[in-house]
Design a protein around this ligand. Structure first.
Ligand code: CP
Length: 313
């Protein structure tokens, strides 16, 4: 494979190879802190047309940890303001000699467009509400590190499913690896039609809570809502926020996850976000690991697509 556009199209073997490679690179770089020279001489361009803290910086660090150079592009302050198009912008950056273009854009399908237009590898860092494959991978890697396996786990994605690219990538990845996936939130943000993807849809968090091994708490994406949020923020927090009371009614080893950024006091209280069950900051570190793996595997495909041979000696 030359591109990483989504988890929907990946096979189970490809998913496992990405996760195994990420784990191996995380260990080889001392928890993503030390540098290797596996990708020396190569260049990664980050093309971000939407804001980001985690994804952008961890792609940048992932490339640098493997010895590659980076080019950082933000639409604000660029020649996009003079009318340069998305494709012309991407081709201009590619002409500077880059091996991967990492792109985030508010419009679904933009990475697929670039994959047809560019000669280099394209990685999707989030296209509107469609997919966010490296977020799905880092979420699954974090669960796997704590539980050893995904098969048989019950994982609930709670909150703003309607606008969530993270939800879609999690659903594809988790289902392929054998998890039972529950989508939970208000009916204004969780359509019953999701059941067509063979997932459970629930509107009452308190009813499903005792069955959940993992909760992934999705942010209410106020910026993508055209009307006033419904239910209100206050109502949402009452019905769906993970708080100490709900923690008491959960499994004793429940994992609390959030892709971030979090709205403290809306989908999660500070006590839970910063509490012993929270793995939110581990997810951030794992973001570097899965992005190192994606860059490395795309640069080396197809000859080294199996991790049966160690890639770091
Ligand atoms: N989870 C995530 O995509 O965060 P950023 O928007 O900060 O990249």
């Amino acid at each position: 494979r030359r591109h990483l556009l989504g988890l929907q199209d990946l096979s189970v073997d490809e998913l496992r190879t990405l996760l195994d490679t990420a784990q191996q690179l995380k260990e080889a770089t001392n928890n993503c802190r030390e540098k290797l020279s596996l990708l020396a001489g190569k260049t990664c361009a980050n093309l971000f047309f939407e804001n980001s803290t985690r994804t952008r910086n961890s792609f940048s660090l992932a490339a640098k940890r493997l010895g590659a150079d980076t080019v950082e592009f933000s639409s604000s302050g660029s020649s996009v303001a003079k009318g340069e198009t998305f494709i012309d912008t991407a081709k201009t950056i590619e002409a500077m000699g880059v091996d991967w273009v990492v792109t985030r854009h508010q419009t679904p399908g933009t990475p697929h467009l670039l994959a047809r237009e560019l000669s280099c590898s394209v990685l999707n860092a989030g296209d509107g509400p469609h997919e966010h494959p490296t977020q799905g991978l880092l979420d699954i890697l974090t669960i796997r590190q704590h539980r050893g396996n995904i098969d048989g786990l019950t994982v609930a994605l709670v909150g703003d499913i309607a606008h969530s690219r993270t939800a879609r990538s999690n659903i594809w990845g988790l289902k392929k690896l054998g998890a039972h996936v529950i989508l939970c939130g208000p009916s204004t943000l969780v359509s019953h039609r999701w059941r067509e993807l063979d997932v459970e849809v629930a509107y009452n968090l308190d009813e499903i809570l005792p069955r959940c091994d993992v909760l992934n708490l999705l942010r209410i994406q106020f910026e993508r809502q055209t009307t006033r949020p419904f239910p209100s923020v206050h109502e949402y927090a009452n019905l769906y926020a993970m708080n100490t009371d709900r923690m008491r009614r959960s499994k004793s080893d429940i994992l609390i996850m959030a892709p971030g950024p979090i709205n403290r006091g809306v989908e999660i209280t500070p006590e839970v976000a910063d509490g012993p069950h929270s793995v939110i900051l581990e997810q951030v570190t794992n973001g570097i690991a899965v992005r190192m793996a994606a860059l490395w595997l795309l640069a080396n495909a197809p000859h080294n697509s199996s991790t049966s041979e160690p890639i770091v000696h």
